[in-house]
Design a protein around this ligand. Structure first.
Ligand code: NZQ
Ligand code: ZN
Length: 391
């Protein structure tokens, strides 16, 4: 295991009706004027936004509203949010929605207290200062409710990039699984896929002797395999929703990723797909992961074989571990299909002729130098081959 520090100071409030206390938590974490940031309208239709406003009014905390965050959130609305916060003297950002809304909120929170262009943070500068952010999560997926990360797409060039820093870890996150019951099955499945991706990105490591985090990841993957189909079958299954929601947080607050190198190649390769086609991040990952895994499998075939045996229940073939490894990847592919995820470029709405552009943006865009690195280093040629495996 490698040396590490781990600081995850988010206060979690989990369970039914917990959003009623949003105002109390804003006060507890120092907010006196709030920006309530939300997405395309699901929180309006569900009545959640009304309940949150009521809760702030009960605490006599003034607020301004900014809706309209779209999936794969854009920089344009972030600039608008920064300006609004400065004009209104906002000192706390409350995200009500999914990963996109939370990420946009984090970007605004960092941008308000920064003199330069907030995009600097998405070009490699670490975020060390931000307004406090609180979240009320409505979809178990991105894990942004417990992560120090934010992913934004810049309209100019359509670059989708991430920024990080403990300063943008939410001060509190309210997780009521019942709020996720209104999700359409496709979005639920996208969330399940993203959570599993966050686990695999950490599982694919070059660090040896990391049994504790390996076992945590395997447990969470097994949970997703058990609960995913139950919630697709019955969207109102509160207990299954609850297990998935907490697994989503644990998958990405990095408790499973400490002390080990991580991959993130699948995420980087997918981000170009959701940037270009505006597809759902989870759907893009469903197409990307099996292709990446088959391509890099031989780098450490025993790691994939271990996952195949411990997570997917495959029989170990000691004479041919690559057969076991491939059986695990196939089982994952089948699982994704069974919950309604796309399996190839066509089902995702992607087009073979765009592969050179995808590779160019991925390996050269925004200052990159012709490759991406993770579990293995992938050159432009490798990335081209991987996109072709998705056809
Ligand atoms: O916008 P509204 O109307 O709210 O609708 C949303 C949106 O259309 C809808 N939705 C959310 N909760 C709902 C609901 N519909 C009905 N009932 C509910 N309870 O679902 C759609 C997707 O929402 P979005 O916020 O985009 O989903 P998700 O949480 O999957 O976030 C995806 C974004 O997070 C980024 C992704 O790249 C993508 O941009 N990620 C962020 C990470 C992070 N900050 O740590 C890590 C991830 O790897 C990921 O890259
Ligand atoms: Zn993700």
């Amino acid at each position: 295991m490698r040396n590490f520090t781990f600081y995850s100071p988010t206060f979690f409030v989990f369970g039914k009706d917990t959003e009623k206390d949003a105002g109390k938590y804003v006060r507890r974490f120092g907010g006196s004027k709030v920006l309530i940031h939300y997405g395309g309208g699901s929180v309006v239709r569900s009545g959640l936004l009304d309940r949150v406003q009521e809760s702030l009014r009960a605490e006599e905390i003034p607020y301004v509203l900014l809706g309209g965050v779209r999936p794969n959130p854009r920089s344009g609305l972030v600039y608008e949010g920064i300006e609004l916060c400065r004009k209104e003297g906002v000192d706390f950002v409350l995200a009500v929605g999914g990963g996109s809304t939370i990420d946009s909120s984090k970007a605004i929170a960092a941008g308000v207290v920064y003199d330069g262009d907030f995009w600097d943070f998405y070009s490699g500068k670490r975020i060390t200062k931000a307004l406090p952010v609180g979240t009320i999560l409505t979809i178990a997926a991105a894990g942004s409710e417990g992560s120090p990360d934010s992913v934004i797409t810049r309209e100019d060039g359509m670059y989708k990039r991430g920024a990080s820093g403990d300063a943008i870890r939410p001060k509190f996150s309210i997780l009521n699984p019942a709020l996720t019951q209104t999700l359409p099955p496709f979005q639920t499945a996208c969330g399940i896929t993203d959570i599993m991706a966050h686990l695999y990105e950490r599982y694919l490591t070059n660090t040896t002797e990391v049994e504790v985090t390996d076992r945590l990841i395997e447990a969470l993957l097994l949970t997703m395999i058990h609960e995913g189909p139950r919630v697709i079958e019955n969207p109102d299954h509160y207990e299954a929703r609850a297990n998935i929601m907490w697994a989503g947080m644990m998958a990405h607050n990095n408790s499973c990723g400490v002390g080990r190198t991580q991959d993130w190649n699948s995420h980087n390769i997918e981000h170009e797909l959701s940037a270009l086609y505006d597809c759902a991040h989870g759907a893009g990952l469903a197409v990307t992961m099996p292709a990446v895994f088959s391509y890099v499998m031989n780098h450490n075939v025993m790691r994939f074989a271990q996952a195949a045996v411990r997570v997917w229940g495959c029989q170990m073939d000691f004479a041919h571990p690559e057969v076991t490894a491939m059986a695990g990847i196939q089982a994952f592919r089948q699982f994704l299909k069974s919950i309604g995820m796309p399996g190839n470029f066509a089902e995702l709405g992607a087009d073979e002729k765009d592969i050179p552009k995808l590779v160019e943006n991925l390996c050269r865009g925004d200052g990159r130098k012709g490759s991406i690195s993770g579990f293995v280093t992938l050159t432009e040629e490798d990335c081209t081959n991987i996109y072709k495996l998705m056809l």
